[in-house]
Ligand binder design. Structure first.
Ligand SMILES: *Cc1c(COP(=O)(O)O)cnc(C)c1O
Length: 446
């Protein structure tokens, strides 16, 4: 797979070749609070997000018919995927492949349901308490009354997005009665803009990349006291919302009979854009599952902004363009040129590593996920499936496993790929993805 002597990660990064970086700064013990930027996050913040989702469940079930069956709980299944593991070349000694199906998350159709909806709920809750629309501990279904909606309608929620965060924020905000504006980058898909417009969300189109869309939205919101800007690069509320996935996954693992301990490691592979979603989830998982969970972020070879950030350290903020890369990828959820410093500082002691994936491999794995297990995911969501091969099938991965004392435990390991989006991808978009993935030559793995 890597002919000749191993080239340093930097060379492969620059050449847009798949590579694996492992984090020398990872700590086995996690302090109860971690500093991020000028603030800090702790396990209480994760619990607060879980509690907030709980307070809003009744209202959410009323606002979204698709949440009636779950009583307003927004969650996704955890599935065993042995046939996909086989297609990926995992033998019995490599451990078992499971998938955390956030591509099925209701309301938003992606992992953004977690962070994005949380931040909208937090803003709504703050206003509702301030204006006496609900009493603390009261029934939040009050927020569906015309009086409450009129008040919330005086406020706007805005966001800059490549697509999925905009979908999540736009849909949640407009359902609660807010005005909503989504600043979209040039690489955002047309169907996502259309879906938002149908819900009365204002879509502002920008000709630049994701970073420019965020900056434009941030600037416009700063001058408007009735506008709350969801800042994907700086928001703690987003991180908090993502972290609420961890206690839910912990329960699902227990129900599935999956042990996570010193002789049963758990490897989690998380597709990474700006870093907020995988960092929030990774932070939560390290808090609830301890040092035996190893989080790896997965990025496209042309948009490895988080890897570039981890290589640079906290005093620099490089973009993928600085590495001579293009930020061009079909994985539109991951097409981000510069990482969130908040996410990077949070993950520095927590992250096990980052690997990169070619677009051709994303499509191949998208097709295999469909053809072996019936999973219908978008290209971004396929990034994690290179994880098992990167760890168990490359010299760098094997060396890291050996150094961590994990090699002997591989047969009892669980590999968990987090599929981060896909539910709302229209058939006319999905079918060409599938065709392209099926047309890939068999050798293009990892
Ligand atoms: C946004 C997104 C991610 C990554 O989240 P970040 O917070 O940008 O790192 C991964 N997959 C999909 C499908 C996404 O939409």
């Amino acid at each position: 797979m890597h002919p000749g002597s191993p080239t340093p990660v930097q060379d492969r990064l620059r050449a847009a070749q798949p590579c694996l970086w492992t984090n020398p700064g990872r700590q086995a013990e996690v302090p109860p609070r971690l500093s991020v930027g000028t603030g800090s996050v702790g396990v209480e913040d994760m619990q607060a997000a879980v509690a907030r989702f709980g307070r809003f469940a009744g209202l959410l079930a009323e606002l979204f018919p698709e949440l009636q069956a779950s009583g307003g709980v927004i969650e996704s299944p955890l599935l065993p995927t042995p046939a996909l593991g086989q297609a990926l070349g995992m033998d019995a000694d490599a451990g078992a492949l499971w998938v955390k199906c956030d591509h099925l998350l209701p309301v938003a159709g992606s992992v953004k349901a977690r962070g994005g909806i949380h931040e909208v709920l937090e803003f709504a809750e703050k206003l509702a308490l301030q204006h006496g629309l609900v009493a603390p501990g009261g029934d939040y279904r009050q927020l569906a009354t015309p009086t409450a909606r009129t008040l919330l309608g005086r406020y706007q929620v805005a966001v800059g997005s490549t697509g999925n965060l905009g979908l999540s924020i736009g849909v949640a905000a407009s359902a609660l009665g807010f005005r909503a504006a989504v600043h979209m980058s040039a690489d955002a898909k047309e169907w996502k803009k259309e879906r938002l417009r149908q819900r009365g969300v204002e879509v502002v189109e920008h000709t630049g990349d994701y970073e420019q869309a965020v900056a434009a939205g941030r600037a416009q919101a700063a001058s408007d006291p009735f506008c709350h800007f969801v800042d994907d690069e700086r928001s703690l509320s987003l991180l908090q919302g993502y972290s609420a996935a961890a206690p839910a996954l912990q329960r699902q693992l227990a129900q599935a009979g999956i042990t996570v301990d010193a002789t049963h490691p758990l490897f989690v592979y998380l597709p990474c854009g700006v870093g907020g979603a995988p960092a929030g989830i990774g932070f939560g998982l390290r808090q609830v599952l301890g040092p035996q969970v190893h989080c790896f972020f997965a990025e496209p070879v042309q948009s490895p902004c988080f890897l570039a950030q981890m290589l640079a350290g906290p005093h620099d903020h490089p973009s993928v363009y600085d590495w001579g890369l293009t930020n061009q990828t079909e994985a539109d959820g991951l097409a981000v040129p510069r990482a969130s410093l908040l996410a990077a500082s949070l993950m520095h002691p927590l992250l096990s590593g980052v690997f990169t994936v070619q677009d051709a491999t994303l499509f191949q794995h998208l097709a295999w996920a469909h053809d072996t297990e019936g999973l219908r995911i978008e290209p971004s969501a396929a990034a994690g499936f290179s994880g098992p091969g990167m760890l168990t099938g490359t010299p760098e991965g094997r060396a890291w496993l050996r150094a961590q004392g994990l090699e002997a435990h591989l047969p009892r390991a669980t590999h968990l790929a987090w599929t981060t989006g896909g539910l709302f991808v229209p058939e006319a978009e999905y079918h060409p993805f599938l065709q392209r993935g099926r047309a890939q030559p068999q050798a293009a793995s990892a």
